[in-house]
Design a protein. Structure first.
Length: 376
């Protein structure tokens, strides 16, 4: 029996040399070839390796639909982090024009999740947990001003809002010196990953994604950024909310995916998206509109936006829910005078050599509108 074993092993090594491949490691070891279970276990091992190789074709994983469903059964149903706008295990984008309150709402959401306490009239299903808030917008003093009360007699802030220690605010270290030849964007992504490992946090809010990738409006750069985020999400089981700016937009038109910088590349690869709009009825009124969803239907669409007031009742500025409404009620109405001024601007930019697409971006109007105005 020992001779048979040696012959078998010699044959395996000989075949390995002919194919210029490494010999297959045999498990379990043939310590007792008189036991039938030894052969059966070995056959099962080979079958499992073969099945795994069939399913994993390099970049792609192949399974039957039933296998995927069976695998999904073992994972929990994603819970809401911010109503139907953002669920667990999603990459979500929140976008708006400057000074409309993106960061304010993002801090509210982070505060809510870190405390396990929902924002009034908004839903939270997930449990209390750590949140990493990457603040690439505000200085520490600016952040303090939003969660405190300014003294009327002294040049100080007082009555500071108390956050939970689960709320981890992160900013760029101003004392860090970037070595020559080091790619800042790559280093930043690596630093984000390191902070995830150290804190074991599963919820990330990035304010804003312009810091992660320059020239966000270019499709190839936007796509590379989202691929980085998707990789981190899959690797660590993350939920990511990323804030983004909008280019100049026409306030007479409803908000759409086209108002998101780099939208063509980004929109197809994210899980969900919502936006903040400015109401023309009052300077402090905002509305929140759902733009994309995968875990739910579009509930807060143009006919059912969430209308809020931007308010600071005491020491924390935030969004206060008022009512549901139609988006058109908050859009600016176009007058004949407005239309005439816009037509003149379009023709003026055309004479300066602007393309129709460049004019649309400059004035924040649709490309079709530019074409229409040029024929008038």
């Amino acid at each position: 029996m020992d001779n048979q074993t040696n012959n078998l092993n010699n044959t395996s090594r000989h075949k390995g040399k002919q194919n210029d491949a490494e010999p297959i490691e045999i498990t379990p070891q043939f310590s007792d070839l008189e036991q039938p279970e030894t052969f059966l276990n070995h056959v099962k091992d080979i079958q499992n390796i073969s099945e795994s190789e069939k399913k994993n074709k390099g970049l792609l994983k192949i399974k039957t639909a039933n296998e995927w469903v069976s695998e999904a059964k073992a994972t929990p149903i994603p819970e809401m982090l911010f109503s139907e706008f953002w669920y667990e295990n999603e990459i979500c984008i929140l976008f708006a024009d400057s000074n409309l309150g993106k960061s304010i709402l993002a801090v509210q959401i982070a505060d809510s999740i870190s405390k396990g306490k929902q924002i009034p009239r908004f839903k939270l299903e997930a449990q209390k947990q750590p949140v990493l808030y990457y603040d690439f917008e505000l200085s520490p003093k600016q952040f303090e001003s939003r969660c405190s009360v300014k003294s009327q007699t002294q040049k100080v802030f007082k009555n500071h809002y108390s956050f939970d220690d689960n709320f981890k605010r992160i900013e760029i270290n101003p004392d860090f010196e970037l070595s020559k030849g080091i790619d800042f964007e790559k280093l930043l992504i690596q630093s984000i990953e390191q902070s995830i490992i150290e804190t074991n946090a599963k919820v990330l809010i990035i304010d804003n994604i312009t810091y992660l990738k320059t020239e966000m409006e270019q499709s190839k750069n936007a796509l590379a950024l989202i691929q980085h985020l998707k990789s981190l999400k899959s690797k660590y089981g993350l939920s990511i909310l990323a804030l983004a700016h909008t280019p100049k937009r026409d306030l007479t038109r409803p908000i759409s995916q086209n108002d998101l910088q780099g939208s063509k590349a980004i929109f197809n690869f994210i899980d969900s998206c919502f936006a903040i709009g400015q109401s023309t009825t009052n300077k402090d009124i905002r509305y929140i509109k759902q733009i994309k969803a995968r875990n739910t239907a579009l509930i807060y669409n143009s006919d059912n936006v969430m209308v809020c007031r931007l308010d600071k009742p005491f020491n924390l500025i935030g969004f206060e829910f008022l009512d549901f409404g139609a988006e058109w009620e908050h859009l600016r109405q176009v007058t004949e005078t407005d239309r005439g001024i816009m037509i003149e601007k379009v023709k003026e930019l055309t004479e300066k050599g602007y393309t129709q697409r460049a004019i649309a971006e400059e004035l924040g109007i649709a490309l079709g509108t530019v074409n229409k105005y040029l024929t008038m």
